[in-house]
Design a protein around this ligand. Sequence first.
Ligand code: HAM
Length: 411
Amino acid sequence: MKKFQAPRGTLDVLPQGARRRLRVVEIAGDVLGRAGYEPMETPVFEDTELFARGVGESTDIVQKEMFTFEDKAGRSLTLRPEATAGICRAYIAHGMHKLPQPVKVWTAGPFFRHEAPQAGRFRQFTQIDAEALGSADPTLDAELILLFAEILERAGTGPSRLRLSSLGTPETRADYVDELRGYLRAREGELSEEVRGRLEQNPLRAFDADHPGTQAVMAQAPRLVDRLSADDAEHFAEVRALLDEAGLQYEIDATLVRGIDYYTRTVFEFESERLGAQAALGGGGRYDGLIEELGGSPTPGVGWAAGVERILLAAGESDDAATADVFLAIADDGRQQAFQLARRLRQAGLRTEMEQAGRSMKGQLKQANRIGARAVVIVGDRIEVKDMDTGEQRPAETADEAIQMVEALLA
Ligand code: HAM
């Protein structure tokens, strides 16, 4: 018989891994919740058009990486490659501009990109995503970055590098690209053939070149951060001042390119040295034109997404095995009584497991040990409570007394 495997680029998350994931999502919910971010959910698939327009026709995501399919009525749908477009669609669809602004939300769940799988890169992966919609206030940019840093710290990812830049407006960017192209044309002889070939289409790529001649030219090239309009420059300066004041270290990286088209002004990425080629723990930025692009009225927004698998990779293994407080061992005909006692102990707030595999008494005590139970109640013709630390075993007259004894033992 054929044995089925999880599809290429997807992961089976077994209980220990699932517990660690849940923990990271709980940390994020706690950190974001304290800053007023509310949970929100949007569908796992959306109209393909939403991503084409939102993420951008020319991006790798839209050109190559979307899982697109037709429904039975022939409509083109796509498994979401990211969260921001869907959240903005919902903001427009539900008239959320009528709520007090900014609307702060977060979500966590599966996302899909048809990429070549490798360490830290999957076709189905999990993001935690936070967004603040309806305000251009620079404190939101800084707040979101600081909350991200706090989540990473509490998740134990170790040191990370924060790269920060500002892209200004699309107009500033277009002017800048023209300027850069002119600069590169004047030095064409010193550039690699590859960069020369892409000069017309995407001169920004020259910043990533590893060709020494090109690198020398790029070191002197004009930078977008130096061409920002007065408003954009002021916004960026305020974001930086807020981060400085908070003591968060960052590097201004004028070459930071994000793989999505909607960004304006602030962009950033957190990277970890503990990850290999796929170093980004997460990233984001401001997208002041996106909601309008999707048919809403002009509305600013800012947000980020973190990759949960990468956070866990950077945090490393931990041996937080599942534990129980109490194990109910069954002697004689004690099964029904043990079952009822388990319910009562659980209602009392104790993590309780009972024998459910027909083991011998010796096997049951071994199992109790394995799951770290500090108390064992042996239920049969008599009830006995065993302290697993000391080995002491004492009889209880009634179930009530057994519960009291267990509670005293665990206190
Ligand atoms: P992104 O940079 O495309 O941004 O993705 C954010 C993070 O998701 C990445 O840094 C990485 O940790 C994780 N990630 C992305 N692709 C994969 C993959 N194939 N396998 C594993 N992890 C992956 C966004 O998605 C934007 N929506 C962020 C944002 C929100 N910007 C504004 N608001």
